[in-house]
Structure formats: structure tokens, C-alpha cells
Design a protein around this ligand. Structure first.
Ligand code: C5P
Length: 317
């Protein structure tokens, strides 16, 4: 069996309070994009789970999230078979694009079929939460979704028509460890004012400053209209509004530790691009564009003269 595992972008990511379980409450808007890994799975007659990856920097065996998914499925359903799992990696690793989480979600869904388990969506989501906070999003067949709690309480955005956005994705050739960024977020937040969020007012975050926003985005002060605002902006492909809503609490944190994030942002801004944001805990930075044509020519320019980052062209999946 062969399946695809798509990457994600966070169009909005506001970090709130640290919880008792060590995670942080957050509010996020996910977008699924067409950059993908390929996963090949074969059932085994014994109970061995083998995980191999085309990218030598990714842990194989028990250290891989795909192994964790397969083991959870095997244990929860008392499966007497095993699996050979091969990951063909295209999604950059440790970049904030959710590649490992997406691979793990695809393995949950694929083994459900391969082992004929007939597990419900609810059960798969329960298991996904145990694998990682970003995993449940990939179980929802949704191009755009809102995430709350640890990011694992997912609600697809209600859109009558799925808009297609184009992105130039610029990924500095470094790897970022997500737990480090959240630890730094905590320490910066205790002391320094500049790292305070200006999002929608979650936990430690400050309420938004609405100066200059349109009357529609003004409603953002009301938490319940947050997803409606995003749905409206996306449905109408209102890039002016989308660009104003783009936000990531973690971007200033990652930028201080890894200056290449700012270099990429400056480069994208110098090309006249407005809607630029880091995804997740970084270091991938994306720029939103309305058409493939514009995205394609700009991505070629960016790819030409840099040894320190990789450039991808992607669209909503
Ligand atoms: O769930 P996942 O393993 O992807 O999370 C990686 C790390 O990111 C966690 O161990 C935690 O340090 C941090 N994190 C967090 N709050 C979240 C999501 C992730 O603190 N909501």
C-alpha cells in the first residue's frame, strides 16, 4: 500500500499559557499544502515493525513517529501482524511544516485499512493525540482547520468553496527543535515585552491592537468570530485581510535564535511580498500569492542565488 502525507502551514499561531502537562495552549489556523512525503507499507506475518526513511537525518525504528503510530495501532487492537514502513521524504525535516506528524497520521489511516481494523475516526483521533499535538489535523480531510488546546482539538473551517492559495516556501538549511522554541518562548515571555503576542488574547497574550484594521477584522476582539473571520477572508480570497490576519507568536523567538529566519523574511519583503510568515516553530518562512504564475517566477529568482536555503512552490491541497 502506498499513501501520501501532506505538509501543513500555520497561517495563524498564537501561544498561550503553559499547561500542567508541559504543553502550551494555543490557537492556530492550519492549511494543508501539496508538498508531500510518500509512504509505502507492507503487512508482515510476524509482529515486527520496521521503519526506514530515505532521509538519513530522520530516526529509523522506534525513534520515528511512524513507529509510534504503528505500535499504538498494534497494541490497541491486539494485532498479531507487523509492518514494513518506508518513508520517501520530500518535506524538509525540523522546519515547522509538520512532516513527521503527517507521516504518523498517514500510518494510522493506512494500517487501519491494511490490517482491516475498521477503527472509527474518533478512535484514530484519540490515538493521534497520543503521537503528537499536530497529528490530529492530518486525520481530518480538510484544507483549512482551526486548532485549539495543544493544537490537537481540530475543527475544519466551514467553507462553501475551498480557495486555492499559492506559496513560495523558503526553508533555511537548519533544523529547529520545537521544544527549545517553546522553552525560549516561556523565558522571553517572563521578562521581555517585545515577545508578547499581539494576537487575539490567549493566556499570556495581549488583546489585539485593532488600529487600522477594517470593520470586519475589528470583530477579531471577539474570540467566537475568529474562525468566521478566517473563513470569510479565505472564502473571498481577500489577500489584504488574510495578510493582516497572518500571525505567529513564535516567529520573534525563532528569529532571535536563528537569524536566517529574518534574512529570508527581508529577502521576501525586498521582492515586494507582503503576506510573509514563519510556519510553526520554524524555520520555514512562506509568502502567500494569488496565482501560480507570480509564485513560480519569484520562486525561481529566490532559488537562484542562495546556498543557505531551499525554495519550494506549493499550493493549498
Ligand atoms: O506534540 P509534539 O511532540 O509535536 O510537540 C513537540 C514539543 O513542542 C512538545 O514536547 C512541547 O515542548 C512543545 N509544544 C508545546 N505546546 C504545544 C505543542 C508543542 O509546548 N501546544
Amino acid at each position: 500500500m502506498q499513501v501520501r502525507a501532506y505538509a501543513k502551514l500555520n497561517l495563524f499561531l498564537e501561544v498561550g499559557r503553559k499547561r500542567k502537562d508541559g504543553y502550551h495552549n494555543l490557537k492556530t489556523i492550519f492549511e494543508r499544502i501539496n508538498l508531500s512525503d510518500k509512504i509505502i507499507l507492507k503487512s508482515r506475518l510476524d509482529q515486527v515493525i520496521n521503519v526506514r526513511c530515505s532521509n538519513s537525518g530522520v530516526p529509523e525504528g522506534a525513534g520515528n513517529l511512524c513507529y509510534k503510530s504503528a505500535k499504538l495501532m498494534q497494541d490497541s487492537f491486539k494485532v498479531e501482524r507487523g509492518a514494513d514502513i518506508k518513508i520517501i521524504k520530500n518535506i524538509p525535516v525540523g522546519a515547522g511544516l509538520g512532516g513527521g506528524s503527517s507521516d504518523a497520521a498517514s500510518v494510522l489511516m493506512a494500517l487501519n485499512k491494511l490490517w482491516s481494523l475498521k477503527a472509527s475516526q474518533e478512535k484514530l483521533i484519540k490515538l493521534a493525540k497520543k503521537v503528537g499535538a499536530d497529528v490530529p489535523f492530518f486525520l481530518h480531510n480538510a484544507s483549512f482547520a482551526q486548532g485549539e488546546g495543544r493544537g490537537d482539538a481540530v475543527r475544519p473551517l466551514r467553507l462553501s468553496r475551498i480557495p486555492r492559495l499559492w506559496h513560495i516556501l523558503v526553508v533555511p538549511k537548519i533544523r529547529v527543535a520545537t521544544p527549545l522554541i517553546y522553552r525560549k518562548w516561556d523565558s522571553f515571555n517572563k521578562s521581555a515585552k517585545p515577545f508578547r503576542s499581539k494576537g487575539i488574547g490567549l493566556g499570556t497574550a495581549r488583546p489585539p491592537r485593532n488600529a487600522g484594521l477594517s470593520s470586519q477584522s475589528h470583530k477579531l476582539t471577539r474570540r467566537e468570530s475568529f474562525d468566521k473571520m478566517w473563513a470569510l477572508a479565505l472564502k473571498k480570497r481577500d489577500f489584504l485581510l488574510i495578510n493582516r490576519l497572518l500571525f505567529n507568536s513564535l516567529e520573534p523567538v525563532t528569529s532571535v535564535l536563528y537569524p536566517s529566519v529574518n534574512r529570508v523574511r527581508r529577502k521576501l519583503n525586498s521582492l515586494g511580498l507582503g503576506g510573509v510568515l514563519m510556519s510553526g516553530s520554524g524555520p520555514a518562512v512562506f509568502a502567500l500569492l494569488p496565482s501560480r504564475k507570480e509564485a513560480f517566477s519569484l520562486s525561481r529568482k529566490l532559488a537562484k542565488n542562495s546556498k543557505s536555503w531551499r525554495v519550494f512552490l506549493s499550493r493549498t491541497e
